[in-house]
Ligand binder design. Structure first.
Ligand SMILES: [Mg+2]
Length: 270
């Protein structure tokens, strides 16, 4: 019997609950990165968080002892900017409800970011400096006909001991004030995963999504036609898998368990 793992040549890796938890690296995190690099498996770390640029995620991972180059980090901010490159004219005016990480991604691709209603697109993401004025101008731009794009729809963001409003809560305010639904880029929607495949030059059927959440990672991977691998070191549990219509292709207790199965298969190939 062929193991699914033998057909995987590209890997999309969720960060929180897979490589790390809070500010701590999880067991096997660095081993996984070392393994995929040694084996020539193309990979990207994917996060729905649009607030920081890849270099800052890379620095944050380095503080936990994980070495990942910024080129291997795909945020929903990068994915949104890359997606806009496929649909928008260079120099298009974009009203941004978001933080510098998102603004920087858009401006570095030649888009003009604005804070007023005169915009071709509204891009909204997680913004911890949100003001009524920002919501108002974005609302007016959408009402004037700007295309409404959301970086991700996560309603909340889990902290160590609390749950706070996420990008989806900000999108909800704009949806309520415009009656327009945004195109959403981040997981579980497939735009971000498609951008990852495009950057890697990978086909969906030779790529796996590795994550800890059924409702974003596994569902997103499944929708985009990827293989899905779940680890039980994060949010979702086996009970959740049992109740879900969509099932991961593979489930492991943790990264060491995944590597214990995957590494010998690569050896056997030689
Ligand atoms: Mg996660």
């Amino acid at each position: 019997m062929t193991n699914i793992l033998t057909g995987i040549h590209y890997l999309l890796i969720d960060m929180d609950g897979v490589l790390s938890r809070g500010h701590t690296a999880l067991p096997g995190g660095q081993d996984l990165i070392t393994f995929v690099e040694r084996e020539g498996i193309g990979y990207l770390l994917v996060t729905n968080n649009s607030t920081l640029p890849p270099a800052q995620f890379s620095a944050r991972l380095a503080n936990m002892g994980l070495t990942v180059d910024a080129d291997h980090i795909m945020t929903s901010g990068v994915a949104t900017a890359e997606y806009l490159r496929t649909i928008a004219e260079p120099g298009a005016r974009i009203n941004v409800v978001g933080e510098p990480g998102l603004v920087q991604q858009l401006e570095s691709r030649g888009f003009v970011t604005v804070t007023d209603r005169h915009a071709d697109y509204v891009v909204a993401g997680w913004d911890k400096t949100l003001t009524y004025e920002k919501l108002k101008q974005a609302c007016l731009a959408i009402r004037d006909g700007a295309i409404f794009i959301g970086t991700n729809a996560d309603k909340t963001y889990p902290l160590e001991n609390d749950i706070i409003p996420g990008a989806g809560s900000i999108l909800a305010a704009l949806i309520a004030s415009t009656d327009v639904q945004p195109r959403v880029v981040g997981k579980p929607e497939s735009i971000m995963i498609e951008q990852c495949l495009r950057l890697l030059g990978a086909r969906a059927d030779e790529t796996a999504m590795l994550g800890d959440r059924m409702d974003t990672d596994i569902l997103g991977g499944y929708r985009a036609g990827l293989r899905t691998i779940m680890v039980l070191t994060g949010i979702s549990t086996l009970e959740e898998v049992a109740q879900s219509e969509v099932k991961p292709d593979l489930i492991y207790q943790d990264l060491p368990a995944l590597l214990a199965e995957w590494a010998p298969l690569r050896q056997a190939r030689l």
